[in-house]
Design a protein around this ligand. Structure first.
Ligand SMILES: CC(C)(COP(=O)(O)OP(=O)(O)OC[C@H]1O[C@@H](n2cnc3c(N)ncnc32)[C@H](O)[C@@H]1OP(=O)(O)O)[C@@H](O)C(=O)NCCC(=O)NCCS
Length: 152
């Protein structure tokens, strides 16, 4: 059974391994470690039989904006609901910490991730040009968690 737990320092090596296999510009191990402190309570892993199969990191900005900083599932464990379970848990933690919506950046050409977020009821709000570098634009995708919201 897959369980979602708070990430610990002992999980970092595996989180980094998943990060490297998932992104062409992966976060460094040092940054992934720094988020353990920056994202306390919003840094989670999916584990099965003690093996880490995915992770997610969030931050709350301006007290009400839940920001999905990163999410990835190990290559061999994709399309089994793990990413969705991580996202759901992160969003329920956002709500319990006062967030009214959840948002993220996703590269315009990352069709797989856009499908994943759409499946999880996120909508494209606008485009942030050159967010990932020259000619590498990002969509900002948003999901309302409760009530009304403003986008500034
Ligand atoms: C995006 C990612 C986290 C999805 O994780 P996952 O554990 O495979 O996701 P789920 O199994 O919960 O997928 C739920 C649904 O999302 C959609 N989806 C997920 N991956 C998809 C893909 N590669 N292509 C199309 N739709 C996809 C499907 O509707 C899927 O349901 P289905 O399998 O019943 O068709 C994973 O592919 C990943 O780690 N990618 C690399 C890192 C990345 O791009 N992260 C996002 C950065 S913004």
């Amino acid at each position: 059974m897959v369980v979602i737990l708070d990430a610990t320092e002992g999980d970092l090596a595996k989180i980094y391994e998943i990060e490297v296999q998932s992104f062409d510009q992966p976060y460094s191990l040092k940054l992934l470690k720094a988020y353990l402190f920056l994202s306390e309570g919003l840094y989670i892993v999916a584990k099965e039989h003690d093996e880490i199969l995915g992770y997610a990191i969030g931050l709350i900005q301006n007290r009400f904006k839940g920001h999905v900083i990163s999410i990835a599932t190990a290559r061999g464990a994709r399309r089994k609901g793990i990413g969705s379970a991580l996202l759901q848990e992160l969003n329920s933690r956002f709500v319990s910490m006062g967030s009214t919506y959840s948002y993220l950046e996703v590269e315009v050409k990352n069709r797989d991730a856009i499908s994943f977020y759409s499946h999880n009821k996120y909508h494209i709000s606008y485009t942030r040009r050159n967010y990932y570098g020259k000619n590498r634009h990002a969509f900002i995708m948003i999901k309302l968690l409760k009530g009304n919201y403003d986008l500034d």
